[in-house]
Design a protein around this ligand. Structure first.
Ligand code: ADP
Length: 379
């Protein structure tokens, strides 16, 4: 049994919304150690949209399954609107939790009309009340004109909204979305996701949304919980994650980055673009992460950092310049069209060292599973 992390308050019984504390779970593998979820805690207030974001296999769906009651945790507690759903002494069955689950596969009944599919989720069996409530829900999700159609007669986005109406029919206290929009094509995905989340926000229903796509989390979440290898490594708003990423993974969320690894000497890390000052020294290896959007072109020789122009593409108002250094492709930067760049020539690179991030490398140093707390370069 895992000990609760020190200093964390237990779930407040009087609190509203979802409260998860020190959740642990283990899957046994045939031979190896298996997967472990460890010390997962989060608070989700009513009407808020929180994202659980992590790479494939990091434990996102496991957290949702535990909250929904589809699996029983080995440690920790979950409470919803002040009611303990599970801890060492309590266990509420999944069908009694009033939690709506939406997956990528909308799973509408194919032999039922949209009206009947939505009515299936209702608690009441009073025919008049049923009809009124289904009409209300179909108006809410913009499908009033499709009530008598069958699922196969609806587009993917319309089916997703029908699934939302069916979920709302059950009056959930919480909605869990597990990669619910990833089957939709990109344009439709943004539109359907936006309308589904707007409806849930207006209904005041808290939403915990699982995704592996940072853009989705950045676009929709009030708060992002980053999960890596079964642990939450950072929770915060988009701007907190942008300004102070706690891990290498988070530092890469906001567009392309350059990563340089090695052991700094005399306060400098030797990199293909030139020596970069870092505050860590000695045996400790580091990874320096630099967002390419923070790189500005300057005349060669005007900066200690430089690269070779591999290619230059005119985009009208600006150029996309592909950079390389020491024979290695680095990435692209955008520069004003007025600054011509000769392919094969050198370009100087300027950046604010305060905008780069330094992490211990390799991961696992500093006795931390996630690679330790980063330090911003400080010069
Ligand atoms: P994610 O949703 O982040 O992709 P999951 O929560 O589905 O990750 O899975 C986390 C890890 O647990 C994965 O390594 C997966 O293979 C493993 N896992 C998931 N379900 C089971 C299970 N029923 N039995 C054993 N291992 C499982």
């Amino acid at each position: 049994m895992m000990a609760p992390a020190a200093g964390r308050a237990a779930c407040q019984i009087s609190g509203t919304g979802l409260c998860v504390r020190d959740l642990g779970h283990r899957y046994r593998a045939g031979s190896g150690q298996g997967f472990a979820l460890d010390g997962v805690s989060l608070d989700l207030p009513p009407g808020a949209v929180h994202c659980l974001l992590g790479p494939s296999g990091s434990g996102k769906s496991t957290v949702l399954r535990l909250v929904a009651g589809l699996e029983r945790p080995s440690a920790g507690s979950i409470a919803l609107d002040g009611q303990t759903l599970c801890d060492r002494e309590h266990w509420i069955q999944p069908e009694r939790r009033s939690i709506g689950l939406m997956f990528q596969d909308v799973a509408l009944f194919p032999h039922m009309t949209i009206r009947k599919n939505v009515a299936f989720g209702l608690r009441t069996r009073d025919a008049a009340k049923c009809r009124r409530r289904v009409d209300e829900l179909l108006v809410m999700v913009g499908l009033a004109a499709h009530a008598e159609k069958f699922p196969h007669e609806l587009s993917g986005g319309e089916q997703q909204r029908a699934a939302l109406a069916r979920t709302l029919a059950a009056e959930p206290r919480l909605v869990l979305l597990d990669e619910a929009f990833s089957a939709l094509d990109p344009g439709l995905r943004v539109e359907v996701r936006g309308s589904v989340l707007t409806i849930l926000r207006q209904a005041g229903i808290p939403v915990l949304m699982v995704t592996h796509d940072p853009d989705e989390a950045i676009a929709e979440a009030d708060r992002i919980h980053v999960i890596e290898d079964g642990r939450i490594t950072q929770s915060g708003s988009v701007s907190q994650l942008y300004r102070s990423p706690a891990t290498r993974f988070v530092a890469g969320f906001f567009g392309p980055v350059l990563r340089f690894r090695g052991c700094p000497e005399d306060g400098q890390l030797a990199t293909p673009i030139g020596p970069i000052p870092v505050s860590r020294d000695g045996q400790q290896g580091v990874e320096v992460v630099l967002r390419t959007r923070d790189l500005a072109p300057v005349a060669a020789g005007k900066s200690p950092w430089r690269a070779t122009v591999l290619a230059c593409r005119d985009l009208g108002d600006r150029c996309r310049v592909e950079l390389a250094a020491e024979g290695e492709r680095l990435g692209d930067i955008h520069v004003p069209s007025s600054l011509a760049h000769r392919v094969g020539g050198e370009i100087g690179l300027a950046f604010d060292p305060g905008a780069m991030f330094v992490f211990p490398w390799p991961e696992g140093l500093n006795n931390s599973k996630n690679g330790g707390i980063p330090s911003r370069a400080n010069h």
